[in-house]
Design a protein around this ligand. Structure first.
Ligand SMILES: [Mg+2]
Length: 267
């Protein structure tokens, strides 16, 4: 008989950033101990984030400023994954990137940007850039046959002032109005988790994903064959858990409880 889902030792750990190790770039209690426990276990780690308000370099700088030592290579952002997808799927295409709050082009080297005459539209994070005018243009381009790629399909992010709706809230309406599907590259796309496990060099079935978003982080990771761990911090809301038929492999109160979980799974 095989072990229960999500039981047994872990070979690699993927961590969401926002709401899991930090909020507003301030480390949550227990982060240093959790990262030390992962290191002591010998498992490789990476950070898989849908954050579109900062580049990879900015994320690393913000975490280091707070004493969390991470390397740029360990941070897999939605923009980085999207750039890889564009190069594989639409090589050389002119791309219009619609993103709020940050210029993500440093994370998209080799992508030709052209907002005037794009061959592919990329939707980043929702916010002020998602104006009625801009989204109407996206629909017109879709109706003309221009493919649209979303950096992620996340529904919400947590700010200091409460929850904000994110890109995933807009996609069904755009798809219906534009008469075409939109490919989402980052979380909760299954390929995002498999690409991240590939970076770690670990078997997805022995790779843990720790997140605060039940659907985008945890259940999607489980559908990709990974071990899902939900933390009750960040955008965690009890109602999402109660409304869901599918449940996480593990639930912990916060990242501070990760060392104990890893120790229990190691047996
Ligand atoms: Mg999060």
């Amino acid at each position: 008989m095989s072990a229960a889902r999500g039981e047994g030792p872990v070979d690699g750990v993927l961590l969401d950033i926002d709401g899991v190790i930090a909020t507003a770039w301030r480390p949550l209690p227990g982060v240093a101990e959790a990262l030390a426990a992962i290191e002591a276990s010998g498992s490789p780690r990476a950070f898989l984030t849908s954050t579109t308000s900062r580049t990879r370099a900015d994320i690393v700088a913000a975490l280091r400023a707070e004493g969390v030592e991470v390397d740029p290579d360990e941070v897999l952002t939605a923009a980085v994954l999207t750039a890889e997808y564009l190069q594989a799927t639409y090589p050389g295409a002119r791309v219009w990137v619609l993103n709020s709050d940050a210029d993500l082009t440093p994370d998209m080297p080799g992508i030709e940007l052209d907002a005037e005459d794009p061959e592919v539209v990329v939707l980043g994070g929702a916010g002020e850039a998602f104006s009625q005018e801009a989204l109407s243009r996206v629909v017109e381009l879709m109706l003309e046959g221009t493919p649209v790629v979303a950096m992620h399909r996340g529904l919400l992010w947590a700010t200091g002032d409460g929850l904000r709706v994110d890109t995933g809230v807009y996609l069904p309406g755009l798809e219906a109005a534009g008469g075409a599907g939109i490919t989402a590259v980052g979380k909760p796309s299954l390929t995002a988790f498999l690409a991240a496990a590939d970076v770690l060099g670990t078997d997805p079935a022995r790779t843990m994903m720790v997140g605060d978003d039940l659907h985008s982080d945890v259940l999607a990771a489980q559908r990709a064959g990974l071990i899902g761990v939900l933390v009750r911090t960040g955008k965690f809301r009890q109602v999402h858990l109660e409304m869901s038929v599918d449940q996480p492999d593990h639930i912990i109160d916060s990242i501070a409880d990760l060392p104990a979980l890893l120790a229990r799974l190691a047996g």
